[in-house]
Ligand binder design. Structure first.
Ligand SMILES: [Zn+2]
Length: 101
């Protein structure tokens, strides 16, 4: 991100004090209605030995969406694990990979 946007969000992984660690992945934002929160859908596959095929699965996680990134539904974003931020939120968006076409 090269945009110069003022960011005073203490939970921003880039400008704030939030440290990220652990799992990192890319996912699709399906909702950004909640303030500074986005719902990110992650597609993944598991291999079933019995059938020798892959099973497609997905999960939806709540991730912190700082003001300087401000991801919208349809964006593909990078997400990193962080400390627990609320009851359901323990991930933070670290950047937009591909904006909505
Ligand atoms: Zn920021």
């Amino acid at each position: 991100m090269t945009q110069e946007i003022k960011c005073d969000d203490p939970r921003c992984p880039i400008h704030g004090r939030l440290k990220t660690r652990g799992t990192r992945f890319a996912g699709l934002v399906v909702s950004s209605k909640a303030k500074r929160t986005a719902i990110v859908k992650i597609d993944y596959t598991i291999y079933l030995y019995k059938y020798e095929r892959y099973l497609r699965k997905h999960s939806r996680i709540a991730a912190h969406n700082p003001d300087c990134i401000n991801a919208k539904a349809g964006d593909t974003v990078n997400v990193a694990e962080a400390r627990r931020l609320s009851k359901t939120k323990s991930f933070a968006i670290t950047g937009i990979v591909k904006p909505k076409a």
